[in-house]
Design a protein. Structure first.
Length: 94
């Protein structure tokens, strides 16, 4: 089964005026090979946000105050791996 490991550093309050940092783009897709070993295949990660506003999440972005759902979607380069997978994280901009 495929999954995405993503732990954006959102433990501290995110205050309006702060910019989205490059470190938030740290997701890693995890698949298992036939031996049960984990690996991370090639593919494309797309980061988006929705809530008070919506759009593509990019470094340097300044979000308005409000609650957001951050989503990362992984599209594997190898079609035999199946459909895209996603995961989410919550962010509140104070």
């Amino acid at each position: 089964m495929a999954s995405i490991t993503w732990r954006p550093n959102l433990d501290q309050p995110f205050v309006y005026g702060n910019l989205i940092e490059e470190s938030i783009f740290s997701a890693r897709a995890i698949y298992q090979d036939s031996d049960g070993d984990d690996y991370s295949p090639d593919g494309t990660y797309t980061y988006t946000y929705s809530g008070a506003d919506s759009g593509t999440l990019t470094a340097g972005l300044k979000l308005n105050a409000g609650s957001y759902i951050l989503t990362v979607e992984f599209d594997p380069a190898d079609d035999s791996l199946g459909a895209n997978i996603t995961t989410t994280a919550l962010l509140t901009v104070e």
